[in-house]
Every structure is written in C-alpha cells, then in structure tokens.
Design a protein. Structure first.
Length: 255
C-alpha cells in the first residue's frame, strides 16, 4: 500500500479522497492554488495524518499523486516535481468552465492524453473522474464486501494502472480497466458510466436549481464491477466535453 498520497487540488473530489486515505491509515499532503494557509481548517478536520503544502511539495511527497483541478489549469501542473511519478487524473472537460480546447473538440485527443503530453515524464492514469464527490466517500466499502462498487481506470502504463488499482482497493473500490488513455473517453462526461449510475434515481419533480444540491448530498447506490464493464462497453464516442449543471461552478465530477 502506498504510504503517502499527494493531492494537487483540494476541492470536492480532493477532500473526499483525503478523508478516505486518512481513514485507511495513509498520510496525505494536500495543496491548492491559493496556498497552504487556506487549507488549515481541512487539515485540522482530517487529523495528524494530513498536512498542507504547495503543489510542488505535494507532488514530491506523494508515493502516488492525484491531480484534481479544473482542466483549464492542467498546464500549471509541476512537470519536474511529477517526473517519474504515477499520477491519477480526475479531470474532466467542461467547455463552459475550461474554454474551448481544439484538440479535444476534434476528438484528436482525450483530456487525459492531453494532460499526459504535458506530464511527459509521468505515468498518467485516468481515475476518480466518473463519480461524484459525496458518492465517492459514502460508497467506499472494504475488500470483498457484497455491496462494493467499482470505478473505471485507463492508462498506457500497466504498472501504473496496477498501482492505481491498489490505491482504489485501499480506499474502498474495485477497478475496471478500460484500456489505454486513448480509450479514457469511455468514462468522460456524457457516457453511460459517468456519475448517474452511482446516484440512483433522483426524486420526482426535482428542479434544475435543486439538482446539484441533491447531487452533492445523496449517498448514492452501489455499482459493481460487472455493471461498470457493461456501461463502459455501451459507450459511444460523441462530442467531447460535458455541461455543468446550474450551481456547479468549478466542481469536479459533476453530472
């Protein structure tokens, strides 16, 4: 089991991952773009297994590093500090937040292929991008639990995918390997496996303004590995990018 998880980005997904990692006995080094002082309350709530740092420090400290920032900031990731590392990419493409990215709009590249090109010396694995932050926390289960969920991952390096799968297992999830980064579109926004299966049915009559608060609070429903495989196989590649719901702002893994 990796002992230290570095987090570049400490928003909704980053916070859920930090909580799961600390609960599993890991050390966590959190960072964001605003500086370590802004993470003081979060670090205090997590306890002695967590500390705040700069993105460069979090990258160097982590046995594995998760990048969970808006995609538009991918080119600010610290290339030198992440060189040689296995990096887990939770980022998704939302043009209304990230601006138009021609290589993604033309489906020449997936978003993770774009990030891997920037982090040429790292081993990138797409992970944790297909589930909402609250469901990520509440659906975690011990290895072998009958109601354990699975999450899709993709990557070009087999050893890195094995490391990612070990982390997922530690945090409470089985893994479904969806192939190389060129296939990571199968878990991007708009695909069958993206967020909705983990949510279950929304309440009847939910308005657009009410949907995102419900999304952030519902505990969700388990999605086992067999079902994830089915959903991934059903995916058809269409237009790149998702649409953020009302009130989502810069949130990661929104429906």
């Amino acid at each position: 089991m990796p002992r230290t998880l570095g987090l570049i980005g400490s928003g909704l997904i980053g916070t859920s991952l930090a909580r799961l990692a600390v609960a599993a006995g890991m050390n966590v080094v959190l960072s964001n773009s605003r500086g370590p002082d802004t993470l003081a309350d979060l670090v205090t709530s997590l306890g002695e297994g967590a500390r705040a740092a700069t993105p460069d420090e979090a990258a160097r400290a982590g046995d594995l590093v998760v990048v969970t920032i808006p995609l538009k900031a991918y080119d600010r990731l610290p290339v030198a500090a992440l060189r040689g590392k296995t990096v887990l990419d939770t980022m998704n493409y939302y043009p209304q937040r990230d601006g138009r990215l021609a290589e993604l709009d033309s489906i020449e590249l997936t978003s993770s292929s774009l990030v891997q090109r920037h982090l040429a010396g790292s081993r990138l694995v797409k992970a944790f991008n297909s589930i909402g932050s609250n469901q990520l926390f509440t659906l975690a289960r011990p290895t072998g639990a009958p109601d354990r969920s699975a999450l899709p991952v993709a990557g070009d390096d087999e050893t890195a995918k094995q490391e990612a799968a070990q982390l997922l297992d530690t945090l409470g999830y089985d893994t479904v390997d969806t192939g190389r980064l060129a296939e990571s579109w199968r878990s991007e926004p708009g695909t069958p496996v993206y967020t909705k299966p983990y949510l279950g049915e929304p309440p009847a009559g939910l308005t657009p303004a009410d949907y995102f608060p419900w999304f952030l609070s519902t505990p969700g429903v388990p999605v086992p590995a067999a079902r994830v495989r089915e959903l991934v196989a059903e995916a058809e590649r269409g237009r790149a990018g998702g649409v953020l719901p009302q009130g989502a702002g810069g949130s990661q893994a929104s429906p």
